[in-house]
Design a protein around this ligand. Structure first.
Ligand SMILES: Cc1cc2nc3c(=O)[nH]c(=O)nc-3n(C[C@H](O)[C@H](O)[C@H](O)COP(=O)(O)OP(=O)(O)OC[C@H]3O[C@@H](n4cnc5c(N)ncnc54)[C@H](O)[C@@H]3O)c2cc1C
Length: 422
C-alpha cells in the first residue's frame, strides 16, 4: 500500500471474525488512518464456534463470546458503525448504508461472511424450523430447546452434528437426516465419518442416511409437527434444525460489478477485481497453493489468517496467501481437529492408539501427505500442522512403519543438524 493509503480511510464491511481481525491487525501493524468497522448484527464482534457448542448447552454465556471488550475498539480508534451496507460506488469510492449514511474509503475490505441456507421444501418456513448462524439464532434455539421434545436435524455436517450433540446432551429425542450415505461427507474422510456415526449412535441419536426431505408439516397452527422424508416416512418433530450449508454474502460485490462466482473472487493477495477492495473470510473465493481450483473456506483460522494478510498488505508487506488450513469441531467429549485440505486424497491411513476413542487419519495424494484428521489427539494435530506447513515429506510407507508417530517423524526430520566437528 502506498504511503498515502497507509494514512487513508479503511472501511471494513462485516464485523464478524474476519472483519474484527482485519481492524485489529491493521492497528497492530501501525495503520495510522481512520478505520471503520461496519456490522449489521448490533452486537460487538463475537466468535461463532460456541454457538453450536458450549453456548447452546448453556455452559458459556454471551460475555464469553465477544472477541474483545467494547473498550478495545475505542482504545484503538476503530469506529464501530451498526448498519447494513447496501450499495457500493467504486468510482466515487463510497459505501452507502441502509440508513443513508455514506462512508468514503481509500480501501474497502469485504468481510461479509455467509448466511445459513434455508430448506427449499414446502413447509421450510414453518415456525420451529431453524438455522444456526448468528447469536440471535442461538438464543432462539436455546429457548426452543427448553421446550422441544422431538428434534430433527437436517444435514449431517459440522453444524448439524454439533447441534445434535447439544440437543442430545439436554435429553431430547434426536434424529439426524442426511441425503448422502455418511456424515461429514464434504469435510472428512470415511474412517472419521464412521467414528462420528458410532459416537452419535452410542449417545442415542438416530441417524438416517440417503434420505431427502419432501416437506415439513404442521397441525394447522403454523408450528412444525412432522418431517416427511422422500420415501414417504414421517418423523414427528417439534424442532427442526436445517444444517444444510451456507451462501456467501456477495450481493454488495455483485451489484458493484466485482467478480463473483459462488464467493467474492480474489487473487492470491485477497484483492478483488478492484485493487481498492479486498475480500476476506467466509465470503472470499481465493486460490490456494494446496487446492487445484479456487475455494472458499469456512473456518476461524481462514478468517483470521486472511485478515492478517490483508492488514500486512495494507501496511506495506505483500505476500501471497498460503497459510495452512486447519479446523476443529467438538461433539460430546470428542474433539476433531483437521490440518490441511484432504478432499482430493487417494490414500487413507489410520494411526490407531491404545485408546479406541483417539486416533488420527493421514490422508495422502500421489504419495504425499495432504491432511491429517485427529480425534482426541491434540499432539498429533499440532505435529501435523508443522509437518504440513513446513512441507516435511512423509510417505504412506514411512507412516506404516512400526512405532511411527507424527511427533517422532517431525522431530527426526526437523532436528537441528549437529555441526560437523572442526
Ligand atoms: C454455529 C457455528 C459454529 C462454528 N464452529 C466452528 C468451529 O468449531 N471451528 C471453526 O474453525 N469454525 C467454525 N465455524 C465457522 C466460523 O465461525 C466462520 O468461518 C467465521 O465466523 C467466518 O468469519 P467471517 O468474518 O468471514 O464471517 P462472519 O463471522 O459470518 O461475519 C460476517 C459478518 O458480516 C455481517 N454482514 C454481512 N453483510 C453485511 C452488510 N452488507 N453490511 C454490514 N454487515 C454485514 C454479518 O451479519 C456478520 O456479522 C462455525 C460457524 C458457525 C455458524
Amino acid at each position: 500500500m502506498s504511503a498515502q493509503q497507509q494514512t487513508g480511510h479503511v472501511v471494513v464491511i462485516g464485523a464478524g471474525q474476519a472483519g474484527h481481525q482485519t481492524a485489529a491487525s491493521l492497528r497492530d501493524r501501525g495503520h495510522q488512518g481512520p478505520l471503520t468497522l461496519v456490522g449489521d448484527e448490533g452486537v460487538p464482534p463475537y466468535e461463532r464456534p460456541p454457538l453450536s457448542k458450549a453456548y447452546l448447552t448453556g455452559e458459556a454465556d454471551a460475555s464469553q463470546l465477544w472477541l474483545r471488550p467494547e473498550t478495545f475498539y475505542e482504545r484503538h480508534a476503530i469506529t464501530r458503525v451498526t448498519g447494513t451496507a447496501v450499495a457500493l460506488d467504486r468510482t466515487a469510492r463510497t459505501v452507502r448504508l441502509a440508513d443513508g449514511t455514506r462512508l468514503d474509503y481509500d480501501h474497502l475490505v469485504l468481510a461479509t461472511g455467509a448466511r445459513a441456507r434455508s430448506l427449499p421444501v414446502p413447509g421450510g418456513d414453518l415456525d420451529g424450523v431453524r438455522t444456526l448462524r448468528t447469536l440471535r439464532d442461538a438464543d432462539r434455539l436455546r429457548a426452543d430447546l427448553a421446550r422441544a421434545r422431538q428434534v430433527v436435524v437436517i444435514g449431517a455436517g459440522f453444524i448439524g452434528l454439533e447441534f445434535a450433540a447439544a440437543a442430545r446432551a439436554q435429553g431430547h429425542e434426536v434424529t439426524v437426516v442426511e441425503a448422502l450415505w455418511r456424515p461429514l461427507a464434504r469435510v472428512a474422510s470415511a474412517p472419521t465419518a464412521e467414528h462420528f456415526t458410532r459416537l452419535h449412535e452410542e449417545h442415542g441419536v438416530r441417524l438416517l442416511f440417503g434420505q431427502g426431505i419432501a416437506a415439513l408439516h404442521d397441525d394447522g397452527t403454523g408450528h412444525v409437527t412432522a418431517v416427511e422424508l422422500t420415501d414417504g416416512h414421517r418423523l414427528p418433530a417439534d424442532l427442526v434444525l436445517a444444517g444444510v450449508g451456507v451462501t456467501p454474502c456477495a450481493e454488495l460485490a455483485e451489484q458493484a460489478g466485482l467478480a463473483v462466482a459462488g464467493g467474492i473472487v480474489t487473487d492470491s493477495r485477497l484483492l478483488t477485481s478492484d485493487p481498492r477492495i479486498s475480500a476476506v473470510g467466509d465470503c472470499a473465493l481465493f486460490p490456494h497453493p494446496r487446492a487445484s481450483t479456487p475455494l472458499r473456506i469456512e473456518s476461524v483460522q481462514n478468517a483470521v489468517d486472511h485478515a492478517r494478510l490483508v492488514a500486512d498488505r495494507l501496511t506495506g508487506a505483500t505476500r501471497p496467501y498460503d497459510d495452512l488450513p486447519w479446523f476443529w469441531s467438538r461433539q460430546y467429549a470428542t474433539t476433531l481437529q483437521i490440518a490441511g485440505l484432504g478432499q482430493a486424497h487417494d490414500t487413507e491411513l489410520t494411526l490407531p492408539t491404545d485408546d479406541p476413542t483417539a486416533f488420527s487419519v493421514l490422508l495422502f495424494r500421489d504419495g504425499e501427505l495432504i491432511a491429517v484428521e485427529s480425534v482426541n489427539r491434540p499432539a498429533d494435530h499440532m505435529a501435523a500442522r508443522r509437518l504440513l506447513a513446513d512441507n516435511v515429506p512423509l510417505t504412506p510407507d514411512e507412516a506404516s512403519a512400526d512405532g511411527f508417530t507424527l511427533r517422532g517423524h517431525l522431530k527426526a526430520r526437523t532436528a537441528p543438524r549437529v555441526p560437523a566437528a572442526l
